[in-house]
Design a protein around this ligand. Structure first.
Ligand code: MG
Length: 393
């Protein structure tokens, strides 16, 4: 009988190279093991209860939150990533709970207004260590969330933190300690981290097509120049020639997700069979990532990304919003850095603390933390409150 990848997990057992509680490197502050949950379930639950997670609802991916109720936000994006990651994890007998925790936390460090916001904040921070959303996600879960009596942050497991830190410069890696090590030692992260990273790509490529079409910034005939899209389009048209446009798009988007997930699972199954890692340690030491797309799918994916970059992310309407976003972020940074007393008490207190420890660099970091934590609408309001005399403070 033909074994489908899905069947590998039908016994309910993890693969020997999966990340399970028994091989976890644990938490920074040791805690008793949870009674009725796995360590990674506990991580997932802590993330869901974090303030930074709730704010994702009002943070942009590509479209600003108030542009429409139908577009993805960072919250719905993160949930879609979790859904895709869990499916892949289950098919490969890996740890679903860990992939879910990483997925839900992976974007909590994003600034308001997506990449435009991050680029602007990074530029403001260029003399003070820069700003990078990936590092900020880790900073949020390690330091900035204040919920627990016994430790700062959420005190997540090493493995969830490792998954959140997708990439990192050597300089930053050296300062980060344990989670930075793999970038210095050229090691691979666990398979759950590898797959969640690719689930993120699958999610945003597919939903940006969907949102872009809905916003009418891109059109089906343009997308038909992209082979990956065209394949799905032709399939749908063949089976359902008279389907409405809306449902045609949805049928295409679900096929887009499905064909990428299927390719990823099949390619990864054969890589895992070929390299046959004995355990998690062997995964770390393997010279290449074991979770991967086929070469063909990677190529197709790149073409879709290229299309989205040229036609959606650089569309003049998206660009206009990006420019406005940059102005808001820069103006907020300038105001707060030059006069921290313009910030609310709590942020001001942090700025004073960090300034005492690290001078201007510390003060700049506190301002960046405050700004990065804002939702799109809060940043717009705050900008008005700081700069417009007619606005209530
Ligand atoms: Mg993401």
């Amino acid at each position: 009988m033909n074994t489908r990848p899905h069947d590998l997990n039908s016994s309910g057992h993890y693969a020997p190279y999966a990340t399970v509680d028994a091989v976890s490197r644990g938490r920074r502050y040791s805690e008793p093991a949870p009674s009725y949950r796995s360590e990674f379930q506990r991580d997932r639950d802590r993330i869901i209860h974090a303030a930074a997670f709730r704010r994702l609802e009002y943070k942009t991916q590509v479209f600003v939150n108030h542009e429409g109720d139908l577009f993805r936000t960072r919250l719905t994006h993160s949930i879609e990533v979790a859904q895709i990651a869990r499916s892949i994890a289950r098919a490969l007998s890996l740890n679903e709970d860990l992939t879910e925790a990483i997925s839900l936390a992976h974007d909590v460090g994003h600034t308001p207004f997506g990449h435009a916001g991050q680029d602007a904040l990074n530029d403001c921070m260029k003399d003070y260590g820069g700003f990078e959303h990936n590092l900020q996600s880790l900073r949020v879960v390690d330091e900035l969330e204040e919920k627990y009596a016994d430790f700062p942050g959420l005190n997540l497991t090493y493995e969830t933190r490792e998954g959140i830190l997708k990439h990192c410069s050597t300089k930053n890696a050296a300062e980060l300690g344990d989670v930075g090590e793999r970038f210095l030692n050229r090691q691979q992260p666990g398979l759950e981290a590898q797959l969640t990273n690719l689930a993120d790509e699958i999610a945003y490529n597919s939903h940006d097509v969907d949102d872009g079409l809905r916003a009418e910034l891109i059109h089906i005939d343009q997308l038909n120049e992209v082979p990956l899209f065209q394949q799905q389009y032709q399939e749908v048209k063949q089976v359902y020639p008279d389907l409405s446009q809306r449902r045609t798009i949805h049928e295409i988007v679900r096929r887009l997700i499905n064909c990428q997930v299927t390719d990823l699972i099949q390619t990864s199954v054969s890589r895992l069979e070929h390299h046959a890692p004995a355990d998690l340690e062997a995964v770390h030491r393997n010279p290449e990532a074991l979770i991967a797309f086929s070469d063909r799918m990677r190529e197709l994916n790149l073409e879709l990304k290229r299309f989205l970059r040229n036609h959606l992310y650089r569309h003049y309407r998206v660009h206009r919003m990006s420019v406005k976003a940059e102005q808001v972020i820069r103006a907020l940074f300038e105001a707060f850095f030059n006069d921290p007393r313009l910030m609310p008490d709590e942020a001001q207190l942090k700025a004073t603390e960090l300034k005492e420890k690290k001078g201007d660099t510390g003060q700049a970091r506190a301002v960046a933390d405050y700004i990065a934590g804002m939702t799109d609408r809060y940043a717009i309001k705050e900008h008005a409150r700081v700069y417009h005399p007619g606005e209530l403070t």
